[in-house]
Design a protein around this ligand. Structure first.
Ligand code: ATP
Length: 305
């Protein structure tokens, strides 16, 4: 497989601050990767390095097989970028703005109309951007990033300012871009919404990469407990507790619901026990550790080193 992104021990320093410190990773076509980390972890700097807007202080970086800072216009046109803060000229309309970017990136003639339609902005296409809401500007930013069907799409906090319905639409678009073979790298603070929409996550902390893998793989490494939530007959929480034995690590959610944490190892044993006749519960939910919990786990591990 040809790699679209290749970072080899990349460091970028600003004075004494190492915004990015010895990061290596690679990605191929059709991969959707989330870049997550606290404020100042180095996410935006990493994207700027991939765009050739900053140069590494050490290490090497290749995007679509080329050094992005070398200024090869043909490669640059195959990159799409949504900056963290989108800012367009307020006096231009959405259509004029997209037409301008389409000319710069040599997009297909009339592409702006199709993109405005796809992002649900046709009704506002000929209005000045100064009259757009934050979510509309964010959608226009995404349309701008998608001009020319990019092979690599770098999206810095793309769902900020989008309402829940638009967030879902955004992930549908990401899926379509992936199906078309694009590599999509998106940074986000909204961790739990990423579940089911990404192939891989790269966790950064103070410029370092501290985890890299699919959510399943990271769950496997972290071995965090799942939450088993049991609903009993009315007021039956005490009965369930007695049935399980005093050693069970129950938390009472309310009079009918209790929950406890089960590691991957003891989950099966608990379930077997619960499946026996006479177990005093009516319903069960198994909640795997959320992305927020995984993230906190890896940050905690890093802090304890
Ligand atoms: P956020 O989630 O807040 O957007 P981020 O993960 O994108 O944060 P970066 O913007 O990459 O973080 O910043 C990483 C570190 O590098 C921060 O400490 C920041 O202050 C520093 N930094 C980034 N750009 C510059 C610059 N041009 N000059 C000096 N320091 C910089």
């Amino acid at each position: 497989m040809t790699l679209t992104l290749e970072l080899n021990a990349v460091t970028r320093s600003y004075g004494r601050i190492k915004a990015v410190d010895g990061i290596s990773f690679s990605a191929g076509p059709g991969e959707v990767i989330a870049l997550v980390g606290h404020n100042g972890a180095g996410k935006t700097t990493l994207m700027k390095l991939m765009l050739g807007l900053a140069r590494p202080s050490a290490g090497s970086i290749a995007v679509l097989g080329q050094d992005p800072a070398a200024g090869d216009a043909a490669v640059r046109r195959r990159l799409g970028y949504l900056p963290e803060t989108v800012s367009f000229h307020p006096a231009l309309t959405g259509r004029e703005t997209l037409r301008f970017y389409a000319r710069l990136k040599r997009g297909r003639p009339g592409e702006e109309g199709a993109l405005l339609e796809r992002l649900g902005l046709t009704h506002a296409a000929d209005r000045r951007i100064g009259t757009y809401s934050k979510g509309m500007r964010q959608r226009l930013g995404l349309a701008q990033a998608m001009i020319g069907t990019p092979a690599v799409l770098l999206l810095d906090e793309p769902t900020t300012g989008l309402d829940p319905e638009l967030r879902q639409q955004f992930y549908v678009i990401v899926r379509e871009m992936r199906a078309a073979g694009a590599t999509v790298l998106l940074s986000s603070h909204a961790l739990n919404e990423l579940e089911g929409h990404i192939d891989r996550v790269v966790i950064l902390n103070r410029g370092h990469k501290i985890a890299d893998g699919s959510l399943d793989a990271l769950r496997h490494i972290a071995r965090l407990p799942a939450r088993l939530r049991l609903r009993t007959a009315q007021g039956g929480a005490q009965d369930l507790r007695a049935w399980m034995g005093e050693t069970a690590r129950f938390r009472h959610v309310n009079g009918d619901i209790v929950e406890f944490d089960a590691t991957p190892g003891d989950k099966a044993a608990f379930l077997r026990r619960l499946a026996t006749a006479g177990a005093p519960f009516e319903d069960i939910d198994i909640v795997p550790p959320g992305f927020d919990e995984l993230y906190a786990h890896f940050l905690g591990e890093e802090a304890s080193r």
